[in-house]
Design a protein. Structure first.
Length: 278
């Protein structure tokens, strides 16, 4: 059930005692932008994908986290990181004055020389590093196509199976628990079989994704979370939606990026595990 990235939870990348390399920030940003097709993937305005805050120019150590929270920033600084890579960046609330918590965040970032790079939908949908494909792999599921259309791209993945839905849900429960999450389903999984599944991590349950699931014959939809009305809709259409936690389902992509930078540049990295309970 694990991938090379998921085995790194709460640990730093291995170091052999040598001095960590010094890599220009611009080289790392160029590599990430190219790998993730950052400029080509549409997203919500608050995502601001790419480099959100620069540093004096070099990186020796990387930290990765799901959210650019005050706790993540503080732990990144303590870990000695020069670069923090997150899935949810600093600007989801839009333009706001730098007072209170926003001020404290930016004071810590700028005062410590910490660069911040964010990747939302480009990371969700990536065919190798993406949250959705990595979650499918962790659950022993093999995608055969995309799912959850957003503008010109598919965010999630879908595939076929032939097994008791209970078995799928048990694997989801084991995965989610590892990341501090819990699982509920829209309808009981017992006695059902999964023939076509789909995954859309994070806030993946919406009117649009449920409609797409029905249209494409999906019987088991695995998501992070969704509004209450999606559960009602799923019940009425006999669709088993597995709510596995927004945070838990989006932990794998940033870890994959940490591993990518270690392979590409030899940079040590640390996953900052900061579950939100959602």
């Amino acid at each position: 059930m694990s991938t090379p990235a998921t085995d790194r939870i709460l640990t730093a990348a291995s170091e052999n005692g040598s001095v960590p390399p010094s890599v220009p920030l611009r080289d790392i940003v160029s590599a990430l932008d190219a790998e993730l097709r950052t400029r080509d993937i549409p997203d919500y305005p608050g995502a601001v994908n790419g480099l959100q805050v620069a540093n004096p120019g070099t990186v020796h150590r990387v930290a990765v986290a799901v959210d650019a929270s005050r706790a993540a920033i503080a732990e990144a600084v303590v870990s000695g990181a020069d670069l923090l890579i997150v899935h949810h960046g600093l600007f989801w609330s839009g333009v706001q004055p730098l007072v209170g918590i926003p001020y404290e965040k930016f004071r810590s970032i700028l005062g410590s020389g910490l660069a911040v790079y964010a990747s939302h939908l480009p990371l969700d949908l990536h065919a190798e590093h993406g949250n959705n494909v990595r979650l499918a792999q962790a659950l022993g599921l093999t995608p055969d196509g995309g799912f959850a259309r957003f503008k010109t791209v598919d965010i999630g993945v879908t595939g076929t199976a032939n097994e008791p839905t209970d078995d799928v849900v048990h694997r989801v429960q084991a995965f989610s628990a590892r990341y501090g999450g819990s699982v509920r389903t829209s309808i009981p999984a017992q006695g059902r079989r999964t023939h076509r599944w789909a995954i859309c991590t994070g806030g993946g349950a919406s009117s649009e994704t449920l409609r797409e699931a029905r249209d494409r014959g999906v019987d088991t939809l695995i998501v992070g979370e969704g509004p209450h009305h999606t559960t009602v809709d799923a019940i009425e259409h006999d669709l088993c939606v597995v709510y596995a936690g927004h945070y838990a389902t989006e932990t794998l992509g940033v870890q994959a990026l940490g591993a990518f930078l270690e392979t590409r540049f030899g940079l040590p990295w640390t996953f900052l595990h900061l579950p939100t309970g959602s």
